[in-house]
Ligand binder design. Structure first.
Ligand code: ATP
Length: 217
């Protein structure tokens, strides 16, 4: 919690919305003084909203509360306009990334279905096809946030919608995804934040996506 007089972390108390306050830890008990409360809009009370711009109160505690509500329902993705926020589940949610899901997001209008990394990849792919220009997807977050996994999912989606058979009867999808272990073997290392930290190879992934879009779409 840090210095009680300076630190004002957002606290989740029981089922209340996040509130700004600070904690004092006397030997036997924890006393929490709330700085001020946050009214949660009725929208955030029923599992949260899928786009943060729909929040009645668009402030930090409101955003955290909304993400926590959705996370509790395994809804790890949330939009803020055209930006996708992903909360790392640290567990496999297989139905979220199967072929059926990729097919669902194919060509869909952005925002029509639940927030998903495939929706972002699809919007980027469509823009590239219609404008005839390269597109960039920025994947940002602290170490262990899930950037590498997210990048792999984007690659998986792009190769699914745009890949076609290549050499040795292996699809572009197979070739690109098969290169991951090799890149990770050279560039990854265990850190205190992430068993498979891959900061070194992040830029290489970017260029693979770029190359892939140049040759196969
Ligand atoms: N969408 C996801 N579903 C399930 N687990 C995930 C997901 N995203 C990340 N993870 C888990 O979190 C771990 C860390 O993710 P990842 O390696 O992608 O983080 P990172 O942001 O790339 O970290 P670094 O910057 O250190 O390389 C993964 O090994 C995986 O176990």
């Amino acid at each position: 919690m840090g210095n009680a007089s300076d630190a004002r972390p957002w606290l989740l108390l029981d089922d209340l919305p996040f509130q700004s306050g600070y904690a004092k830890r006397p030997p036997e008990r924890l006393a929490i003084r709330l700085q001020f409360g946050v009214k949660s809009g009725s929208d955030a009370e029923h599992g949260g909203v899928d786009d943060m711009t729909k929040l009645t109160y668009l402030n930090e505690p409101g955003v955290l509360y909304n993400l926590a509500k959705r996370y509790a329902l395994n809804e790890i993705y949330t939009y803020t306009g055209s930006i996708l926020i992903a909360v790392n589940p640290f567990t496999k949610i297989p139905h979220l990334y199967n072929v059926h899901m990729m097919e669902q997001y194919k060509g869909i209008r952005f925002g029509e279905l639940s927030p998903h990394v495939f929706a972002v990849a699809d919007a980027s792919y469509r823009a590239m096809m219609s404008e005839g220009r390269s597109q960039s997807i920025l994947v940002s977050g602290e170490s262990g946030a899930g950037k590498t996994e997210t990048t792999k999912l984007i690659m998986q989606y792009l190769t699914h919608v745009g890949g076609r058979a290549a050499f040795d009867n292996r699809t572009v999808e197979q070739q690109v995804l098969e290169s991951n272990p090799l890149l990770e073997a050279f560039g990854n290392a265990r850190t205190v934040r992430n068993d498979n930290s891959s900061t070194i190879v992040s830029l290489q992934y970017s260029s693979i996506i770029h190359d892939c879009s140049d040759t196969s779409f």
